[in-house]
Design a protein around this ligand. Structure first.
Ligand code: ADE
Length: 238
């Protein structure tokens, strides 16, 4: 899967692509991230990508020309893949949206900066807008990384364990069950007996019940949308 990221801070994204799962996915040819510096498509001496807003007021606005030129140069006109703007005004990014987007072989991500972007970019170039949550960051670079990270985990083979993403919190619609590893006792705190029993049926039941319990406690909103089995209902009714 190929991501084309358009930003004025390409160096800001690099370190995270050079560690762990993303680095390995790139090395294994499952993921490619092309970072495009929007300043390379400016034509003035100062490489200007922003300007003052029509109508006055504070702040600067990202200009049309470099963004259109960069995206069309790399992806053609009209662009050959979805062009996603990272913006707090977008639809909220969720595991469901990550699953939707992993189906594309290529995605372009445009990182906004400054107080805003010229509305004509939104109207005539961007095909989708995504927010990573109801708060405002200084730019779209971190949100772009969040998107790339969450989507890469869903590319078959990107996680070492083939079932890796299956039990994730949210993947099934429930929060994930608790995990333990050695030692069996740490500072007097033990590990649930059932996990050491070797009884796979009992372990699977315990994990399911823990997922239900956690989801009920922390995110009851998720349970409302979840298709409970008769056994789930029985457990929750206790
Ligand atoms: N740019 C600034 N804040 C953002 C957010 N919450 N999501 C996506 N892009 C953003």
């Amino acid at each position: 899967m190929l991501f084309d990221v358009f930003t004025i801070f390409p160096d800001g994204l690099k370190p995270y692509l050079e560690i762990s799962i993303l680095q390995r996915a790139i090395k294994n040819g499952l993921l490619d991230v092309h970072l495009h510096d929007l300043r390379s498509w400016t034509i003035d001496r100062h490489h200007t990508t922003d300007d003052t807003p029509y109508g006055g007021g504070g702040g600067m606005v990202m200009k049309c020309e470099p963004v259109f030129a960069a995206v069309e140069d790399v992806l053609g006109a009209p662009p050959a893949c979805p062009v996603i703007m990272m913006t707090p005004q977008g639809r909220t990014f969720t595991q469901h949206v990550a699953q939707e987007l992993v189906a594309y072989p290529r995605l372009a991500l445009v990182c906004g900066r400054y107080e805003g972007i010229d509305e004509r970019i939104r109207e005539h170039l961007i095909t989708d807008q995504i927010s990573i949550g109801d708060y405002v960051l200084t730019g779209g670079e971190l949100p772009a990384l969040v998107l790339i990270d969450a989507i890469t985990r869903l590319i078959p083979g990107a996680l070492g364990d083939p079932d890796g993403a299956q039990d994730d919190s949210f993947a099934s619609g429930l929060l994930e069950y608790p995990h333990y590893t050695r030692p069996p006792e740490f500072r007097g705190w033990g590990v649930p007996e059932v996990l050491q029993s070797g009884d796979h049926g009992a372990i699977a039941r315990w994990r399911r019940e823990q997922s239900l319990k956690r989801t009920l406690e922390k995110r009851p909103d998720l349970l409302e949308k979840f298709d409970l089995t008769p056994a789930d209902r029985k457990y929750l009714a206790r």
